[in-house]
Design a protein around this ligand. Structure first.
Ligand SMILES: Nc1ncnc2c1ncn2[C@@H]1O[C@H](COP(=O)(O)OP(=O)(O)OP(=O)(O)O)[C@@H](O)[C@H]1O
Ligand SMILES: [Mg+2]
Length: 259
């Protein structure tokens, strides 16, 4: 398995992925194929219920935590199928991290929140100190918390908590970070800080951002993918999709004719 960074192939390659729920005839996701290149930020947009959250959850096997869903097709991470029998989903989720809509901080200190995934794998204290500081710097939170690392994480603002969740994902050295509407619970100033963090992170990681906000996609994404009724309708460079979409459904969505 390649991981040298010299390989210019996709980091994630999604091939014919479908997701079905028991007793539901229409698939939640229908034969989706898309590649994600290194150092890129792809925004996933589409109407409520079109399958955006389900899709990102198939990319790190979180979908398996919901009983009754069946995944078909392949998700290749650096060429290896993450759904293969011998692959440990916990390791998949370290390499392909996730940040949710509501900050999911634990009622422990700021430091221990960022260190959480590293403690699980018994890294040395020295390594944890180094990795936590680096992750907090990369998430854009370090200057605000460096003198209060032992304080409860719940004492932070919502926007700071969200950047702490990004730091927690970064600390275990992922290659891909999935963000499912990470700013929809934040005010404009906090949203702006998370957006600028994402812009920095895309220099080093594959970011896949679910957003309801076409303006946000325009500001931060290199590429936009439009989903509708479980299908990938169109994907391309941000300006192409937002300004001159090829498909009528995309155009209707972009111009706000349905939500
Ligand atoms: N466990 C499940 N069983 C059956 N149907 C489900 C399940 N989870 C989600 N769905 C359905 O799958 C579809 C896609 O849901 P999903 O949450 O992925 O949409 P979404 O695009 O993220 O929507 P939103 O923008 O509102 O967050 C919806 O119709 C939803 O009702
Ligand atoms: Mg969703």
């Amino acid at each position: 398995m390649s991981g040298t960074g010299l390989d210019m192939g996709p980091v994630l390659s999604v091939r014919g992925v479908s997701v079905r729920a028991r007793k539901v005839e229409r698939p939640l996701l229908d034969q989706i194929s898309i590649d994600f290149a290194p150092r890129s930020l792809t925004a996933l947009v589409g109407p409520s219920g079109c399958g955006k959250s389900t899709f990102v959850r198939t990319l790190n096997r979180m979908v398996e935590l919901t009983p009754g869903l069946r995944v078909g097709g392949q998700v290749l991470y650096l060429g290896q199928d993450i759904y293969a029998r011998n692959v440990n989903p916990v390791l998949v989720r370290r390499r392909i991290g996730m940040v949710f809509q509501r900050p999911t901080v634990f009622p422990i200190s700021i430091f221990e929140n960022a260190a959480f995934g590293l403690r699980l794998v018994h890294e040395s204290n020295e390594e944890i100190d180094r990795a936590v500081a680096q992750a907090l710097q990369r998430s854009g939170l370090w200057e605000e918390v460096k003198d209060r690392l032992d304080e409860p994480a719940l004492s932070l603002s919502g926007g700071q908590q969200q950047r702490l969740c990004i730091a927690r994902a970064l600390a275990v050295r992922p290659k891909v970070i999935l963000l499912d509407e990470p700013t929809s619970a934040l005010d404009p100033a906090a949203t702006q800080r998370v957006e600028s963090t994402m812009e920095t992170l895309k220099e080093d990681f594959v970011l896949i951002l679910v957003t309801h906000n076409v303006g946000q996609a325009a500001r931060v994404a290199d590429r936009v993918a439009f989903l509708h009724s479980g299908r990938l309708i169109e994907v391309g460079p941000t300006a192409d999709i937002l300004e001159r979409p090829k498909e009528a459904l995309t155009e209707q969505f972009i111009t706000g004719r349905f939500t």
